[in-house]
Ligand binder design. Sequence first.
Ligand SMILES: Cc1ncc(COP(=O)(O)O)c(C=O)c1O
Length: 431
Amino acid sequence: MSRTTELQEKRQKYVSRGIGNGNLNFAATAQGSTITDIEGREWIDFAAAIGTLNVGHSHPRVTKVVHEQVDKFLHPSFNVIMYESYIELAEKLSEIAPIEDAAAALFNTGAEAVENAVKFARRYTGRQAVVSFTRGFHGRTNLTMGMTSKVKPYKIGFGPFTPEVYQAPYPYMYRKPADMSDEEYVDSVIAEFKELFVATVAPEAVACVVMEPVQGEGGFIVPPKKFVQEVAAFCKEHGILFVADEIQAGFARTGTMFAIEQFDVQPDLMTLSKSIAGGLPLAAVVGRSDVIHAPTPGEIGGTYSGSPVACVASLEIIDIIKDENLTDRAEEIGARIEEELKGYEKEYDFVGDIRRLGNMVAVELVKDRTTKEPAADIVNAIAKYANDNGLLLITAGIHNNVIRFLTPLVITEEELEKGFAILKDAFESVK
Ligand SMILES: Cc1ncc(COP(=O)(O)O)c(C=O)c1O
């Protein structure tokens, strides 16, 4: 029996079935965008730990600072005694955030950042309600499950959820009614958004509106600029805080440091995680300093919040993004993936839509281009083929019919070509 089979059997027995696995092999080493498994096989990484590895696996500058920090101390806990890297990172994040006079607080995971953004917003406004969006994803804790949209597998059987969470509509250009122009459709979704505050919850009861500037799990749906701007303006008018959930879209992924910058909107708060620390558990809420300083000491925090090992990694990553010009690189790679997919669009009639912002690229598959019936079975077959044959590939979408591309932003031309060759075979296998 191979070591892989042995471990797979143990995984079945000892690890919760509730945790999903896209690829059933076991990593041994990883560098850049290539993973070598314990049998010595190579895997090209088009998933980057679900958007966590914008600077790639084991970037030498990141591993160096991590090693250095590990030799100094692991975790004195910021609540007990402070350390420099936490302060430096809070300062750096406040400087690079598209928010005037910002401050920050650090956490461990994306869901924790979202929970805390809501805490800051509630404390600052004295209001309780939270508005999120259809098809949004914000995490797996009780509050963030409630804010999340996809019922299966994220919510079913796990209620009740926290009260005072409301879901607003979010435009989906590919699936707009056929008889509406783009403009009519966007205006109608804006009107529906505003209607929520008449029919369902009073604006003066709402602490914050939490929006992904590009929906991640929802299928890489890029909203029209006008929609994002109107939502932000509505929030401003009613004293509601506008929170950009940049956990998947942030840190250079979309061609700017933060995706919200491309919508010319200044959020009140941003939630960050994933690529903020290149694989180490770290998250942040960055926002208007008056909001971040609203809670009194002890109201915010956590034993592991802002691990010093993760903080030094994050500081280095911010420099790497600049030094290696990864925001530009995101756009170049994104365009390259789009070009590849455009070729598939001509060949495979199940390709329904190709969309992207920078290097958040998705292809949505359908059974029929006119009815647009989602083709989850084809997506699953392609992802399985890829994951059996040397390419880490992940899916998304409320109907599970989207393939999403989250390559590291340091991926080489050679790695991209190897990945595309497997991807092409995967598409051929379902023809
Ligand atoms: C936009 C967004 N928000 C929140 C989360 C939750 O992050 P975590 O899984 O670290 O709790 C995710 C994770 O995919 C995400 O994409």
